[in-house]
Design a protein around this ligand. Structure first.
Ligand code: C2E
Ligand code: CA
Ligand code: CA
Length: 645
């Protein structure tokens, strides 16, 4: 009689128990794939345990009733084959290939049916396993079928993985190949060396592979915390949409996050954000999600718990957050901005909800604010999506136009420049303002294409219109800081200028200051601006005075011109204190030797005040609205001859 070595099975039980403990110690986001993985682990554990029992029943069949001998072997073999079947199902759930759904289901049911019939009829038919008259454990003629069905399931899973390999990263490919290969090799070894029962141990070890590459909880949690992340949030919203029940989102934002970054540095701000995530997770056990560094969401199943939830959020922010700097320990107080979003409509998917969250967060500065009109918010989000589609079409079909708004040179009493402004007309929506579509394009990444199209059109226009002969020295073109994520931007612009033989000094790029830029992005922006500036392109800061980082930009960036925001001018016309601020701002910019443009000049009175204060250029409806190319050239002809406005 063959002597079996049950130690391998014991090791398999041990390894699987460890894996199960590791798995449940981490915060797991519940997905279908995760549930199948749990089944795989349990199957591996139970079948390894049963395998130990079967080794005893095979070795000493006379000690147990016959039905125990049979049942332990039947169930063990079934559960062992189930692992192959579960792996196939796992791969199916993970890759979500709709075309494979039916074949996989048919295969799974077929395999289980065949295995069950063959195994459980065996005491009578002796087709797969049986104990002969000497009570020796033996294999029947169709035992091979059991191997073949397992082989079929594993091969099918391998095939699905092979056609989906593009969705996996390198480690995941390695894990799948390892899993499949490991099991085949161990099966062959098992058949040739029946005494060494190693297949269960191989399966247990292969599960570690799968765990570390596909079931890593870090995939769904935020930055080493136990708080769920944005990916988990999107999936949860999707589940609510499917379920169709009402729920409420308590949106939480860390107030003044930019200040936090500039006072304590990026790393510490990140650390504080992680601590907020941890505290929220503690209070809201598996209901808190971190959407972005400073934005969190808590999802509540019912609409009438909000007061209690808001209190709980407040509690999280009562104590200051500890930051260990190299030399000192700081305690940083953080305030929370809380908004409630009751969701009664089921039409919202994860990405839409994220948009809604951001727009609610940016909307009102009230401490706790309830977004009552969810329908309107959904409509806004749908409009944004549509506009993004229209912008995409316009990029493809070249439907953007560029208008020019003349800029008045006070000293020369002539129009020596203009601002190029993009225009978009749509059949359904009519005129869409750049105020609306530029921010959308900045988020979707379409801004790169728009910026390039506008720049190309401006260069083409300067080359062909004769505007230079009509007194124009340069055209101001808007450059979104988002475009400067791409390091090639300066080369791209240079090539366009070369193509149309445009000199760098004919171009002025307007950069809008944005409060949201991270320090690293500001560094990159500075880099790109310096590159272009060294080649002769001049720069303006746009909307000066409307943001936060204005002074910082003025010091750090190579800026020639400062464009004071129209809002500042309009406010000054209403409020004497704002007028003092405006005049002092102009004085300050002049002192550091930069030229000044003021936009939004609508009246003679405004123009006179600005001329007296010593500005250099004026832009506004008083002179002209932005106008199409030909009209602009006509305008130049008319005013060039007269030599004044
Ligand atoms: P901006 O760069 O501050 O452009 C000035 C805006 O003020 C223009 O609005 C212009 O029409 C308007 N404006 C100028 N003078 C007056 C005035 O006297 N009264 C009033 N009420 N408005 C005046 P527009 O064309 O709607 O553009 C809005 C914004 O869209 C621009 O603000 C700019 O940030 C962005 N934008 C426009 N074209 C482009 C582009 O080609 N690229 C990028 N990145 N952004 C663009
Ligand atoms: Ca501008
Ligand atoms: Ca502006």
């Amino acid at each position: 009689m063959l002597k079996y070595y049950p130690q391998f099975c014991q090791a398999a039980v041990f390894a699987t128990v460890i894996l199960i403990i590791i798995y449940f110690m981490k915060q797991n986001y519940s997905t279908k794939q995760g549930k199948v993985f749990v089944l795989l682990m349990l199957d591996c554990l139970v079948s390894s345990g049963l395998n130990i029992l079967t080794l005893y029943t095979i070795s000493f069949p006379e000690r147990y009733p016959m039905w125990v001998n049979y049942l332990s072997n039947q169930v063990y073999l079934l559960l062992f084959n189930m692992m192959a079947v579960l792996f196939l199902y796992y791969v199916d759930v993970m890759t979500k290939r709709s075309r494979m759904k039916i074949p996989v289901r048919v295969a799974i049911i077929g395999i289980l049916l065949v295995d069950c019939v063959l195994l459980f009829s065996s005491p009578v038919t002796h087709l797969t396993i049986y104990f002969n008259e000497n009570l020796e454990y033996s294999h029947g003629p169709l035992m091979i079928t059991l191997y073949l069905t397992a082989f079929l399931a594993i091969s099918m899973a391998a095939g699905i993985c092979a056609v989906s390999w593009k969705r996996f990263n390198r480690f995941q490919v390695f894990a799948v190949v390892g899993f499949v290969g490991g099991i085949f090799v161990s099966l062959i070894y098992q058949v040739t060396h029946p005494a060494y029962v190693i297949t269960n141990l191989t399966c247990a070890l292969m599960l570690f592979f799968l765990y570390s590459s596909f079931e890593n909880p870090a995939y769904y949690t935020y930055n080493n915390t136990r708080c769920f992340n944005r990916r988990a949030f999107l999936l949860t919203i999707h589940k609510y949409k499917k379920r169709g029940s009402a729920y409420e989102i308590i949106a939480v934002k860390m107030a003044d996050f930019d200040n936090l970054v500039s006072s304590f540095g990026q790393d510490n701000a990140y650390l504080i954000s992680s601590k907020v995530a941890d505290r929220l997770n503690e209070r809201f056990n598996k209901r808190a999600y971190c959407i972005s560094m400073n934005c969190f969401a808590i999802i509540s199943d019912s609409l009438d718990q909000s007061e209690e939830y808001v209190e709980r959020v407040r509690d999280c922010f009562t104590d200051a957050f500890r930051v260990d700097k190299e030399t000192e320990v700081l305690k940083v107080a953080v305030d929370a901005v809380i908004k409630l979003i009751p969701i009664t409509t089921q039409e919202i998917d994860g990405l839409e909800m994220e948009e809604i969250l951001h727009s609610v967060m940016d909307s009102s500065s009230d401490d706790v604010f309830v977004a009552e009109d969810i329908e309107q918010l959904v409509e806004e989000v749908h409009r944004k999506r549509k506009i993004s589609r229209i912008v995409g079409d316009a990029i493809k079909n070249g439907r953007f136009e560029v208008y020019y708004q003349p800029i008045y040179n006070i000293k020369e009493k002539r129009f020596t420049s203009a601002e190029a402004l993009v225009r978009l007309q749509d059949e359904e929506f009519g005129y869409i303002s750049p105020e609306e579509f530029i921010p959308i394009a900045e988020r979707s990444g379409q801004i790169d294409a728009i910026g390039e199209i506008v720049f190309r059109k401006v260069c083409e226009f300067m080359r062909s219109s004769g505007c230079l002969e009509l007194g124009v020295r340069y055209i101001e073109v808007n450059l979104s800081p988002v475009q400067c994520r791409r390091m090639e931007i300066s080369e791209t612009y240079y090539e366009v200028m070369k193509k149309y033989e445009i000199k760098p000094e004919w171009i002025n790029l307007e950069i809008t200051e944005t409060a949201e830029m991270e320090p690293a992005s500001v560094l990159r922006l500075t880099d790109i601006m310096n590159q272009m500036h060294n080649k002769g392109i001049s720069f303006s800061i746009d909307d000066f005075g409307s943001g936060f980082a204005a002074i910082d930009y003025l010091v750090k960036l190579p800026v020639d011109l400062v464009k004071i925001d129209k809002g500042i001018l309009w406010q000054a016309m209403e409020d004497p204190i704002a007028m003092v601020v405006l005049k002092n701002t102009i004085e300050m910019i002049k002192t550091i030797g930069r030229k000044i443009v003021v936009e939004g000049v609508e009246t003679e009175e405004m123009a006179n005040i600005l001329i007296e204060s010593g500005c250099d250029y004026l832009q506004g409806y008083l002179y002209s609205k932005p106008i199409p190319e030909e009209q602009y050239v006509d305008y130049l002809r008319k005013h060039h001859a007269v030599g004044q406005a």
